[in-house]
Design a protein around this ligand. Structure first.
Ligand SMILES: Nc1ncnc2c1ncn2[C@@H]1O[C@H](COP(=O)(O)OP(=O)(O)OP(=O)(O)O)[C@@H](O)[C@H]1O
Ligand SMILES: [Mg+2]
Length: 284
């Protein structure tokens, strides 16, 4: 399902725009006003701990779940009122691989291309197998694939029809380091070709490696949003040690999340939480 010609050009505005997004499950108020923008053709990482609401955001953006409040747009199209149009320009690779184990890799791809009524499903499958370094394994049942191969096939499947926006929900969870590198390479390649990628991850190094922009979802809100360099600036340049050794994204994450068990909701960064992890070990 490629975007039709009337799909607004991604160049006209953010590929994804989220404003004041709210969502509760019964009494559990998971999203409490989430805001962020994703630039077309960029890789945007949504970071958060288990249960932070990352998958909830992705499911809303992918039109699978309705928000209780706020708005979300993909290429200027509202995900609630223009859901069908939004679905034409997105694809979702869920948190759990959606490939069919009994089929071969190639059969999986051909099946999806057929379901999407695309012409020449075989050629589409072969192109994607090549792009994701799966040509040699194309004729093998997926049940014989490694985790990394499955994940790459899963991502390949979600690219059928060339969606301009792709959501990857924890694309490398459970993968070994080599398989993670392979998936990272595939994601970078996507962005290089102009696809907008929104990925969720709990792995700080993944965001650090891949993302043009990183947002931290915590207690229902985005508590930090910026490039890696911008997020690093959230830490005070307190000591010589800090100057010599750049903080990792993990330092920044722990500082801004500052989960000291206050149970507060939608907390914003405070100097106190940052001070708690100053690289020189002192507090202010
Ligand atoms: N359908 C549902 N019904 C009730 N509660 C839900 C439902 N889906 C999610 N939740 C709860 O909402 C919260 C956020 O879930 P979500 O799956 O969005 O988090 P996440 O950030 O993706 O977590 P993880 O890193 O574990 O994937 C969790 O507490 C979860 O238990
Ligand atoms: Mg999740």
């Amino acid at each position: 399902m490629s975007a039709d010609q009337s799909t607004p050009s991604p160049a006209r505005g953010p590929a994804i725009q989220v404003r004041g997004l709210e969502k509760s499950y019964q009494k559990l108020h998971v999203l409490r006003g989430v805001d962020f923008d994703v630039t077309p053709g960029s890789i945007f990482a949504l970071l958060g701990s288990n249960g932070a609401g990352k998958t909830t955001v992705v499911r809303i953006l992918a039109t699978l779940l309705k928000p209780d409040g706020g708005t979300a747009q993909v290429h200027g199209l509202d995900v609630v009122t223009r859901a069908a149009r939004v679905r034409e320009s997105i694809s979702l690779t869920g948190q759990f691989a959606a490939v069919d184990e009994i089929l071969t890799g190639r059969e999986n791809l051909v099946l999806v291309a057929r379901l999407r009524h695309l012409s020449d499903p075989g050629r589409i499958a072969d192109d994607l197998l090549g792009r994701f370094a799966l040509t040699d394994a194309a004729g093998r049942r997926v049940s014989t694939y490694s985790g990394g191969m499955r994940r790459r096939l899963d991502i390949a499947m979600s690219l059928i029809g060339d969606p301009p926006v792709i959501f990857l929900d924890e694309p490398t969870t459970g993968l070994d380091p080599q398989a993670r590198l392979e998936v990272w390479q595939a994601v970078r390649e996507l962005a290089r070709q102009g696809t907008t990628v929104l990925l969720t991850t709990q792995y700080l190094d993944e965001a650090e490696q891949l993302a043009d922009r990183i947002a931290v979802l915590h207690h229902g809100r985005i508590i930090a949003d910026g490039t890696l360099a911008e997020l690093r600036q959230l830490l005070p340049p307190a000591t010589v040690e800090y100057v010599e050794k750049q903080p990792t994204l993990e330092d920044v994450f722990l500082a801004i999340v500052g989960d000291t068990g206050t149970g507060s909701t939608g907390s914003t960064r405070t100097d106190a939480t940052v001070a708690a992890v100053r690289p020189d070990g002192t507090s202010s």
